[in-house]
Design a protein. Structure first.
Length: 153
């Protein structure tokens, strides 16, 4: 039987989300991937996939960065909308990510995550549900005149 862990606090969640937004803002795929437990599962209306290694997670994240740069992404912030403690080590959170260029708000998107405090005490994401990010990305690309059917340069 596992030893009891310290309950997850709002400060623990905020620390995790700030580290996540910092990794997104700096296009640091290694840092983003380190916040994930393996395997990690990504779900949205069009796709369900499981990533078995951090190397594959890093590769996938890195491939999206040229598009984010074309869309002028400069800064990411978050709002924690909801928290549901599932067990002593599992929590489901709903997060609204706010995407900004240097001088304007670009878009918001909502995600739900299942986070787990692992044996080493680190909080990691294991499931990510994209509520509306795909739609927000398409709308932003249209506004910016960026074609999504071509590789970003």
């Amino acid at each position: 039987m596992l030893a009891p862990m310290t309950p997850l606090t709002d400060a623990d969640l905020d620390d995790f989300l700030v580290r996540y937004e910092t990794s997104l803002t700096s296009f640091d795929a290694q840092a983003s991937a380190s916040l994930w437990g393996m395997p990690g599962t990504l779900v949205n209306d069009e796709f369900v996939g499981t990533i078995d290694s951090r190397d594959l997670m890093v590769q996938g994240l890195t491939q999206s960065y040229p598009l984010y740069r074309q869309l002028e992404l400069h800064r990411v912030t978050h709002t924690l909308l909801e928290r549901a403690d599932l067990t002593e080590r599992l929590v489901r959170v709903r997060v609204r990510w706010h995407f900004h260029s240097i001088d304007e708000h670009l878009a918001d998107s909502d995600y739900e995550y299942v986070l787990r405090r692992d044996d080493d005490g680190a909080l990691r994401a294991y499931v990510s549900v994209d509520i509306d990010a795909t739609q927000q990305l398409i709308a932003l690309a249209r506004r910016k005149g960026v074609r999504l059917d071509q590789p970003a340069s």
